[in-house]
Ligand binder design. Sequence first.
Ligand SMILES: NC(=O)c1ccc[n+]([C@@H]2O[C@H](COP(=O)([O-])OP(=O)(O)OC[C@H]3O[C@@H](n4cnc5c(N)ncnc54)[C@H](O)[C@@H]3O)[C@@H](O)[C@H]2O)c1
Length: 317
Amino acid sequence: MSVFLVTGGAGFIGSAFVRTLLGAYPDASVINIDALTYAGSMANLEGVDERRHHFIHADICDRDAVRKEIPENCEAIFNFAAESHVDRSLDSAHKFIQTNVVGTQVLLDAAREKKVKRFIQISTDEVMGSLSENEDDLFTESSPLKPNSPYAASKAAAEMLVRAAVVSHGVDAVITRSGNNYGPRQFPEKLIPLAITNAFDDKPLPVYGDGMNIRDWIHVDDNCRAILLAYEKGRSGEIYNIGASCQKRNLDVVRFILSELNKPESLIEFVTDRPGHDRRYAIAPRKAEAELGWKPQVVWENGIRETIAWYADRSTR
Ligand SMILES: NC(=O)c1ccc[n+]([C@@H]2O[C@H](COP(=O)([O-])OP(=O)(O)OC[C@H]3O[C@@H](n4cnc5c(N)ncnc54)[C@H](O)[C@@H]3O)[C@@H](O)[C@H]2O)c1
């Protein structure tokens, strides 16, 4: 039986990925290391086959715990574990450096020591900073690293450590960088789940600045399919940008959610902009499409309606 290690598998994307992986490899099992911070929850793993999923409550910065849990013949480590909220990184960067940078190095060292066959680092388009409003301006894998928040800087640093492990130590590693994910089980501090849950309760929906910031949205399941393909087909040392070509202004996203829920736009509350707020992200997914054979499958309108329905179901339980 093949064994995979997933870190951060009790979080939003990691828990979706555990399902994708177990679905794609019916004979495989997953060891899931998660520290269960505020963003992680065992509820996110409800319904996952317990015979093939082994949860370990541990911190990826804990060298001994990580070493102990990596099995012999581990097929791959998928590193999702991270502090992931930009606003929190502006309040204090410490945990971001610990988990996102130090934790990644701990995993790389352990992967090398235990001869893990592949290492997949889950990164973000935010490492490339902000784009102009010109629609031809797109992130590619050769865009320079220009992180603008401590969160993005910590993720860029992690990418550099992965690169160094490939070049210096021959670790077989691939990096994926996706745009903003949406879907079920996201902690309601990020734009979409916060807007949905506040709208249910008729609470104000905070929108930064003028609301004109553009994000390139991707359904979490499309991202998980891309990550799996990067594991299967990606070339070691390469980066793959993962985007569904779904650029939306934050204000339009919030308006769409309000109209789906028949709530008034008067709930929108413009708040002081976040310092260093990136204006626009937009990803050219050409390399992932050509080399991995990946294409997004979820249409935005369907994905967002299903996401709203998931939160509605939870709120009435
Ligand atoms: N959410 C997005 O839109 C997005 C976009 C691009 C990339 N990413 C990246 O994808 C990954 C997953 O993001 P997410 O949105 O699911 O994040 P999340 O905040 O929902 O989940 C992070 C998970 O990591 C766990 N964790 C945090 N610190 C840990 C530590 N020290 N040791 C072990 N576990 C720890 C948390 O408990 C949680 O379960 C992150 O690396 C993030 O940078 C996210």
